[in-house]
Design a binder for this molecule. Structure first.
Ligand code: URA
Length: 477
């Protein structure tokens, strides 16, 4: 048997692997006849391989495509050989192979997939940007991270989406990624010392602190009692205090002259925007503000921002992110999100075309050992986020708003309304909308028959939503 040596680049060479696998399959080369040379630029049989004509894409189950995309990022030198063995078997009579969890190959690939996913989650949650300056004087945020696997390319979309309006670089020992607000480039490996060491979070935190500071309430005496002034200088957020105090009377006067509502402790979201004179004009600006805000519970990883196209036909508003949403930084991707996705697709609504967000942007939870148990936000907390939610909808401009559950109703109307009483079409300010139950409510129903019936009613609600939206676009076209 002639051994074919397949060259692929070191790292997660997804395209190289796909091309190679297509050619090998097209020529009927079995897995045992292939040697994968990751890291080798040329192949002993380079000419033979070049002579393999470009082959058509393979017809694989969707789950296999997703698995391949993740497993190529794994640093196991055998990854390409294992994946090719999987492809070969899928195309040679074992199409349902991935469902056989006990198969040693499937078992090993699944463990690799999970390990890469964990690495991605860690990078999304723990990467910290530090502020620095480009040679042209522009602001750039730089982060150093040491992933376990080659996930830099796989993670690019996530960071571009999150920080589209910033210039940033992510440096790792295996390569670097640079975003200049328009294009993404991959660069060479970096060293830790290439990243700045003063923490930009200090600056962001300080800006946030400044923006929440209420000059009308400034009470220097009380502040000094709480913390001796000699310590102020050394803390990022308190460095700003002397200057803020000096300018407080003038800033308060200016606010009164502008007719701005004086921010109060009870409405800190308004305070954040009004005080800094930074009413957000775009969703990105608003998101920056939300991302810099404090979580309800210390320990929540991040603010989970809304997701979906601006001008979407429908915006779905939920309660607050759950454990999985907090870890991954995306709304409705846990069990409730999966149920929502299923029903959306059953009624013909494309999730990628709708806007999905939450009334409360941070995960509130109770630690229970290793686990973080969801804790319902109280009405005060929901109202704290209300200004942001309304501003968000104003900037997203959906044609129709769907409230999922009581917290969403409270966030949207400011009133503690019963979903069961309000269920159906309703107005949310200027928006036409619809109130229905939250998918988590369906998941919690213990009785299977009741659950099935309630899910059916939820599907019926979303069918009505789809029909109302279709009717509206037919009338306006
Ligand atoms: N429940 C919600 O309301 N929002 C999420 O993002 C997830 C679960």
């Amino acid at each position: 048997m002639q051994i074919v040596r397949m060259p692929v680049q070191a790292g997660a060479d997804l395209d190289g692997f796909r091309r190679a696998a297509r050619r090998l399959i097209a020529h009927g080369v079995p897995p045992e006849a292939v040697e994968w040379n990751a890291g080798t630029e040329t192949s002993l049989f380079g000419e033979a391989i070049e002579s393999y004509a470009a082959a058509p894409p393979l017809s694989l189950p969707r789950a296999a495509g997703e698995l391949i995309e993740l497993v190529v990022c794994h640093r196991d030198p055998e990854r390409f050989a294992l994946l090719y063995r999987l492809i070969w078997r899928l195309l040679h009579g074992e199409r349902a192979l991935l469902e056989v969890r006990s198969d040693p190959l499937v078992h090993r690939l699944e463990a690799m997939r999970k390990s890469v996913l964990r690495d991605l989650h860690k990078m999304h949650a723990f990467l910290r940007f530090r502020e620095t300056t480009d040679p042209d004087g522009g602001e750039r945020f730089v982060a150093w991270f040491e992933p376990e696997h080659d996930i830099l390319a796989a993670t690019a979309d996530f960071f571009v989406e999150r920080f589209r309006s910033m210039r940033w670089s992510i440096l790792t020992p295996a390569g670097s990624l640079h975003w200049d607000r328009e294009s993404l480039t991959f660069g060479p490996p970096a060293k830790k010392s290439d990243a700045p060491d003063s923490d930009s979070f200090e600056a962001a935190w300080r800006r946030y602190y400044e923006s929440t500071f209420n000059p009308a309430r400034a009470n220097p005496k009380a502040m000094r009692q709480h913390m001796a002034t000699k310590y102020w200088r050394n803390l990022p957020e308190t460095e700003a205090i002397p200057e803020m105090l000096r300018t407080a009377p003038q800033r308060a006067q200016e606010m009164i002259a502008r007719g701005a509502a004086l921010p109060t402790k009870r409405d800190p979201a308004l305070a954040v925007a009004a005080m800094a004179n930074q009413e957000p004009h775009s969703l990105e600006e608003l998101n920056r503000l939300i991302a810099a805000s404090e979580p309800l519970t210390p320990g929540a990883d991040r603010a989970v921002l809304g997701e979906g196209p601006i001008g979407a036909d429908i915006a779905f508003v939920g309660e607050q992110p759950g454990d999985q949403e907090d870890r991954e930084g995306r709304p409705f991707i846990g069990p409730a999100g999966r149920l929502l996705d299923r029903v959306l697709s059953e009624v013909g609504i494309d999730r990628t075309q709708v806007y999905v967000t939450n009334s409360v942007k941070h995960f509130k939870y109770e630690p229970r050992g290793e686990r973080r148990l969801h804790k319902k936000p109280n009405p005060g907390e929901v109202k704290r986020y209300r200004w942001w939610l309304l501003k968000e909808l104003e900037l997203v401009r959906p044609h129709f708003v769907v409230a999922l559950g009581g917290t969403a109703l409270l966030g949207l109307t400011g009133k503690p309304l019963s979903v069961m009483k309000k269920r159906g079409p309703m107005k949310f300010g200027a928006f036409s909308g619809y109130a229905t139950v939250h998918p988590s409510y369906l998941l919690r129903l213990p009785d299977p028959a009741a659950k099935q019936q309630a899910t059916e009613a939820f599907r019926h609600d979303l069918e009505r939503v789809a029909a109302m939206v279709a009717d509206r676009s037919a009338r306006s076209s």
